[in-house]
Design a protein around this ligand. Structure first.
Ligand SMILES: [Zn+2]
Length: 243
């Protein structure tokens, strides 16, 4: 069903994982062989992450599989995630960068190049992302980025910037907040494919997710268990770039 964009409510518990499970997506979506995603040299896998942790929750398992195929991985860190808790920007910057380094290590990509764009968490803007992303990309790269309708303004900006810069056949979108606000009827399944992670990559992804303690701990964690249930499945759904 085509995307209709009827709601972007990011509050509350969101669509339960049981609702997604009932949609039986794994049986309905075509699967992507990670080897088919691996760009030919000198191409790299460029993962655009608006905040530290998006790369892990969105495509951490795919990164594991591509790294195992010796694909060079580059992370474009659009913000430092300094606004997840108010009034603690400097501390959060330090904490979240260390968490990301540990998460990348657990994904088997400790040597990934990380390009910090330094844009303000919560206010990145597609124009600013595009201006900083353009010089980092080459025509041979495969780009994985949040969907431009993911529902968080920073995510949407990254998706829109990548869509403007990258050829559709080298661009895939991942979902983070769409799993929260959307219902199964609202996502563009005709563009969706599924990467089955297998046991080892699923375990690595879950271990990497636990590195982001700042987002998991406290009385009201940024990522409560209901959110984690949607983001730590044994497969990852990618949307093909728009044509
Ligand atoms: Zn994010």
């Amino acid at each position: 069903m085509p995307y209709t964009g009827v709601t972007r409510d990011l509050n509350g518990p969101g669509t339960p994982e049981a609702t997604w499970a009932a949609a039986e997506l794994p049986g309905r979506l075509p699967t992507v062989d990670p080897a088919s995603l691996r760009p030919a040299p000198p191409g790299r896998v460029v993962v655009v992450a608006p905040h530290p942790d998006d790369e892990t929750f969105g495509v951490g398992g795919t990164m594991v599989l591509l790294a195992a195929l010796a694909a060079p991985v580059v992370v474009v860190a659009v913000t430092d995630g300094e606004a997840s808790h108010p009034g603690r920007a400097d501390e959060l910057r330090r904490i979240r960068l260390a968490e990301r380094a540990e998460a990348l290590r657990r994904l088997g990509v400790a040597d990934a190049e990380v390009h910090r764009l330094g844009l303000p968490d919560g206010d990145v803007g597609a124009t600013a992302v595009a201006a900083r992303l353009r010089p980092l990309l080459s025509a041979d790269d495969l780009v994985l980025t949040p969907w431009q309708h993911d529902g968080h303004p920073d995510h949407d900006a990254c998706g829109a910037a990548a869509a403007a810069l990258v050829q559709p056949d080298r661009l895939w979108f991942y979902l983070i907040w769409a799993w929260h606000w959307a219902t199964p009827a609202e996502l563009p399944w005709e563009r969706a494919e599924r990467v089955p992670l297998g046991a080892a990559a699923t375990a690595a992804k879950r271990a990497a997710a636990r590195a982001y303690a700042s987002q998991l701990e406290g009385d009201t964690p940024i990522l409560p268990p209901a959110t984690l249930a949607r983001l730590l499945r044994a497969d990852e759904v990618l949307l093909r770039g728009p044509r």
